[in-house]
Design a binder for this molecule. Sequence first.
Ligand code: SF4
Length: 365
Amino acid sequence: MPTENISMNYFSGKLINWYLQNKRDLPWRNTKDPYLIWLSEIILQQTKVEQGLSYYFAFAKEFPTVKSLAQAENNKVMKLWQGLGYYSRARNLHETAKNISENYYSLFPNTYNELLKLKGVGDYTAAAIASFAFDKPHATVDGNVYRVLSRIFGISTPIDSNDGKKEFNQLANELIDKKKSGTHNQAIMEFGAIQCKPINPKCSICPFSEMCFAFANNKIKELPFKAKKILVRKRFFNYIVLNHHSCIIINKREEKDIWINLYDFPLIETEKEIDEEEFLNSKNWKEFILNKKYIIKSVSITYKHILTHQKIYARFWEIECDKIFTKSLPKTCIKINRKDIFHYPVPKLIENYLNSKGSKIINKK
Ligand code: SF4
């Protein structure tokens, strides 16, 4: 075991010492309120601190308690989350707030195992809430921790394998100072975020440089090791922005796909990027437009939008119709005044389009 020659006290002591001198002052570190800690942890999953901060402040202000979040309208929660991505986190956040409000008297469970039963709370988040709010001795293992441990101890087991997860989890729990679990967890994650960074770690001023395997063996770029490559799927979206005077049609996404519960426009998805002629001759377009009278006001440039597993190429067709019957459209479509669209939660792609020059020109007509 790599810890043979390094005692827990030595490792944790060095780490906490570094943390106390270098930590950033972040609002969720000054509270023991499990609700605020949970909120920050859900916001920070897949999100950098700089981006997550404003969302944390907005949520904590709008919904200062778990009960107030539970009572909120879903659209309001999704709107506040807009732009942060990974929208299932917002849905789970809301659902879990309702669950705690209804089934736990609005009090967060205080054990790791009980926390794990909450929707959207996995090993990492349960350990974070248990240690930060309740001082329970559970190690948090996130991407930062994988990086720090793999580099210092020279572990090349893939971090995306079951063996790797088990090995790193065991090591992290061996190293934690059980009497200072919250501070230790904060320290190791902060160390990974600002000292042992993915690129250009600050090895020359690192308290662990003398014992760090990766530093001694020039393996910093190779550790941590991942076995699988992410497969990215390309998708081609043709959004139909149906206008009738000041009204447009928007669509609530309810199918099992990206952006559930957010609003976009009626969509024709194609297998590849097609030109305007192909599009207007396609069966899907003809079925969509049926015998409506219309003019095409503009076709946008292609917007490229990148998600973790998908690359989306989207074009927006601004169509002016003589009338709009929502009855002939999917049930998820509603007619609204175009200027009201900003009250609805929309994906970043739609927000970018609406804020673009092309969209504004259409708006003025
Ligand atoms: S010496 Fe470099 S690679 Fe090793 S722990 Fe320190 S910052 Fe990370």
